[in-house]
Design a protein around this ligand. Structure first.
Ligand SMILES: Cc1ncc(COP(=O)(O)O)c(C=O)c1O
Length: 356
């Protein structure tokens, strides 16, 4: 294992303190944690399965796997066999451990990226390249390529054409492509597409994994619920390892997730909440001198006023708004801040007033 990075959020503490001192309180747009209720049907399913004395299956119940496969077919035009669905205890643990599961020695992740891809490389003792340009990588072997569309932190969507090239590049080299699709249902000006969609992978899931999360779609960040699917051979290998390692989703959470993936009404409702918040925050930032780049999907506005990221964090903290500096996600983010649209309507309205 290579040394793990310092936890970057600690560096934000002084700005958090300053934002908290605002007379009307802090508007925390830094983390992107869901704030709206867990849908009642999902809470009921969790409670209904509270009496679960026995060990659950690492592979999950058949009902859960069928619900996941049904959701992918219904909402995303992706066909998978229920046997190729594997529940995750939230997607973060899987992002962190996938390179270790695969025995990856060298991997690639986006230039601006969710920090856990890098953590995963370090846990596996793998070397990692943060790059969006696979063609410039040279002849050295690559075992794993991460893509993330819509992306965190930029809200950028990778079109089918781009994903097709990534798949072709990886297949020529025998590399696995893992696609982090945790914001897939949150397309705004652009609609994201899954790596497993036939327009991308031409019907073959060989060498491909799609990682999904219920955290944002169904406000289940607190339940820890996600799943991975794709190449049947890879999923089988992952299942074997996870069985040995005890990576088992609790039975009540399995029951809750089964119901959440079977219902679209609550997800559409949640989508509308985020759309409304985004429609207020984006123009407010623009009127206050920020430019919003990419951000056509997902839960973040990738914004810049041209100054150093930390100066922007500081300026916004003075009016009680906390955002994340872009360099948390890679050196290329040094002139941006990431603004999450996950605060309550009341807090978003407060931010809009303060930005005037
Ligand atoms: C790109 C990306 N992947 C994965 C995750 C992890 O989500 P969870 O562990 O809640 O499923 C996040 C969380 O914000 C994320 O932004």
């Amino acid at each position: 294992m290579n040394k793990l990075p310092d936890f970057p959020w600690d560096r934000l503490e002084p700005y958090k303190e300053r934002a908290r001192a605002h007379p009307d309180g802090i508007v925390d747009l830094s983390v992107g944690t869901p704030v709206d209720p867990v849908p009642a049907i999902v809470q009921d399913a969790l409670a209904g399965a509270a009496d679960s004395p026995g060990y659950p299956l690492t592979h999950g119940t058949r009902a859960l796997r069928e619900s996941a496969a049904g959701w992918l077919a219904r909402r995303h035009g992706v066909t998978v066999d229920e046997r190729d669905v594997l529940p995750l205890i939230g997607s973060k643990e899987f992002v962190a451990w996938l390179p270790t599961y695969l025995g990856a020695k060298r991997m690639v992740f986006p230039e601006l990226a969710y920090p856990t891809y890098d953590v995963g490389a370090r846990l596996a003792g793998a070397s990692a390249v943060a790059s969006d340009g696979l063609l410039a990588l040279g002849p050295e072997r690559v075992d794993l390529v991460w893509v993330n569309s819509p992306g965190n932190p930029t809200g950028k969507v990778l079109p089918a054409e781009h994903l097709r090239k990534v798949v072709a590049w990886a297949r020529e080299r025998g590399a696995v492509v893992a696609s982090d699709e945790c914001y897939l249902e949150l397309g705004w000006e652009e609609q994201p597409i899954s790596i497993l969609h036939p327009d991308v992978c031409e019907g073959s899931h060989e060498g491909l994994l799609a990682v999904h999360s219920l955290s944002k779609r169904s406000n289940l960040a607190g339940y820890r619920a996600g799943f991975v699917t794709g190449d049947p051979v890879l999923v089988k290998r992952l299942l074997e390892t996870r069985k040995h390692a005890g990576m088992i989703m609790p039975a009540p959470v399995q029951a809750a997730m089964t119901v959440a993936l079977g219902d679209d009404a609550h997800a559409d409702e949640q989508r509308e909440r985020y759309a409304a918040r985004r429609a207020l925050l984006r123009p407010a930032l623009e009127r206050a001198g920020w430019r919003v780049d990419h951000s056509t999907a997902g839960l973040y506005l990738w914004a810049s006023n041209g100054e150093n990221a930390w100066d922007q964090v500081s300026k916004l903290s003075e009016i009680g708004i906390l955002v994340a500096p872009g360099d948390f996600y890679g050196a290329a983010g040094e002139l941006h801040v990431r603004v999450a649209v996950t605060a309550t309507d009341e807090r978003v309205a407060a931010a809009v007033r303060r930005l005037q």
